[in-house]
Design a binder for this molecule. Structure first.
Ligand SMILES: C[S@@+](CC[C@H](N)C(=O)[O-])C[C@H]1O[C@@H](n2cnc3c(N)ncnc32)[C@H](O)[C@@H]1O
Length: 227
């Protein structure tokens, strides 16, 4: 589905003192493609703005990001990167679905925001993204929902970091987040967890989202974190 499809819907996404009015497909489920799933167990979760994204947007809305480079991983529609752009960041939204990147670009343009968007599979990051590293801030919302995601992100995130990079991942307490957080700590990354309430609609994951913040260990040399 493309952003100009008449079946798309508008959604107001709260982000601190902002509201982002974005356009998205009416349902992720309707976009399921059996062939794609058979190929890579890929599901079109990009088409929704998940509770963790609303929490991440609130966190970013309270930050001053003037002059910072920010990348959003598994961005879907890219609301985190959009809020970062409103706070002065040079923001890049990434997702492995080209359709998601199309919606992210369309929505940022529609909101008058300067934000880039690129297709990126965490397991095979393109030079166009790697060349922009290190980023000052790496963000993601609800990206640790499968064990394989943590494995891919443990390899990718160190490659996108410099010594002063901060990583913020909002997670709705998914069981598969735990091994990722444990492995980052074992590898010497500092870790802090804030438990924040979900603004607006709550789903079956409940009213609280964990916001994990990490910074690399001293002497960080892009070493992959093995989960
Ligand atoms: C649950 S959705 C969250 C979307 C958005 N961050 C939000 O919270 O509204 C997970 C996102 O991760 C993306 N994703 C999953 N595996 C990926 C991979 N290997 N590389 C890049 N993106 C991936 C999906 O396409 C999807 O947009």
């Amino acid at each position: 589905m493309q952003p100009d499809d008449p079946r798309t819907i508008w959604e107001d996404v709260p982000a601190g003192d902002l509201i982002l009015r974005i356009r998205r497909p009416p349902s992720a489920e309707d976009l399921i493609d059996e062939q794609e799933f058979a190929h890579d167990e890929r599901l079109p979760y990009w088409a929704e703005v998940w509770p963790s994204a609303r929490v991440l947007c609130g966190v970013l809305a309270r930050m001053d990001l003037a002059g910072c480079s920010v990348i959003e991983l598994g961005a879907g529609i890219g609301t985190g990167a959009m809020v970062a752009a409103t706070r002065g960041a040079t923001a890049l939204a990434t997702d492995w679905y080209p359709e998601a990147v199309g919606f992210a670009r369309w929505n940022a343009r529609n909101l008058g925001l300067h934000m880039d968007a690129e297709v990126m599979d965490w397991r095979d990051p393109p030079p166009a993204v790697l060349d922009r590293a290190p980023f000052d801030l790496i963000v993601g919302a609800d990206i640790l929902y499968e064990g394989r995601n943590g494995v891919a992100l443990g390899a990718l995130i160190p490659a996108l970091c410099g010594p002063a990079t901060r990583v913020i991942i909002a997670d709705p307490r998914r069981p598969d987040a735990r091994p990722f957080v444990d492995a980052m700590q074992r590898a010497g990354w500092t870790h802090r967890r804030d438990d924040l309430p979900v603004p607006g609609r709550i789903d079956e994951t409940g009213p609280i989202v964990h916001v994990h913040s990490f910074t690399p260990p001293p002497g960080h040399h892009h070493k992959p974190v093995v989960i």
